[in-house]
Write a new protein. Structure first.
Length: 186
């Protein structure tokens, strides 16, 4: 889960995988299940872990590796029963612990820093919030929010198993280098 990229199209996903992305997450807000399945078919063929954002039915139909559910999204039990990995978003330690107890296999923690990609999110949690979440759970924590190649390494140094990016998805080579360097330094 070193480098998790959130994409809307196959072109960005292919470029991200070529640059070293280890997880591709299909994230198209307000798309129907049918639209997600159509968009996701070519992504399923990429040589990386494939996750669908928010839609358990689409993830099951695509035979995805997992589904990422936001803080208020339902369907974790159904996803787990179907054999999917389940990521959950968490803004604080309490949410992370609750997600882990409900069967989540990883936590998406953040936003770490302010980001224009998620205008509906709470205030950023910073590195202290990230460290608190990492220390509170046993499952991997992926940092998200305002992350790029210049600051990905500090998230790894803070204990994150990886980082997730939206805007920086086309800069995966530099991101992967920063992540691998930080992991080697641990």
């Amino acid at each position: 889960m070193r480098l998790h990229v959130l994409v809307e199209d196959v072109e960005t996903a292919r470029a991200a995988v070529e640059g070293g992305a280890t997880v591709v997450q299909l994230r198209v807000k307000d798309a129907s299940t049918r639209e997600l399945v159509e968009l996701g078919r070519p992504l399923r063929e990429l040589d990386t872990m494939f996750v669908v954002n928010d839609d358990v039915t689409a993830a099951i139909r695509l035979e995805a590796d997992g589904v990422h559910l936001g803080r208020g999204d339902e369907g974790a039990e159904r996803a787990l029963a179907a054999g999917l990995r389940v990521g959950r978003s968490a803004w604080d330690v309490g949410e992370a612990i609750a997600a882990e107890r409900s069967g989540a296999t990883y936590i998406g923690a953040g936003p770490i820093w302010e980001t224009p990609s998620k205008t509906d999110s709470d205030a950023h949690i910073g590195l202290d919030g990230l460290v608190g979440i990492v220390d509170a759970v046993e499952i991997p924590v992926v940092a998200i929010g305002g992350i790029d190649a210049t600051n990905a390494g500090v998230c790894i140094a803070a204990g994150a198993a990886g980082v997730a990016v939206i805007r920086a998805a086309r800069d995966t080579r530099a991101l992967r280098e920063a992540i691998d360097e930080a992991l080697a330094a641990r």
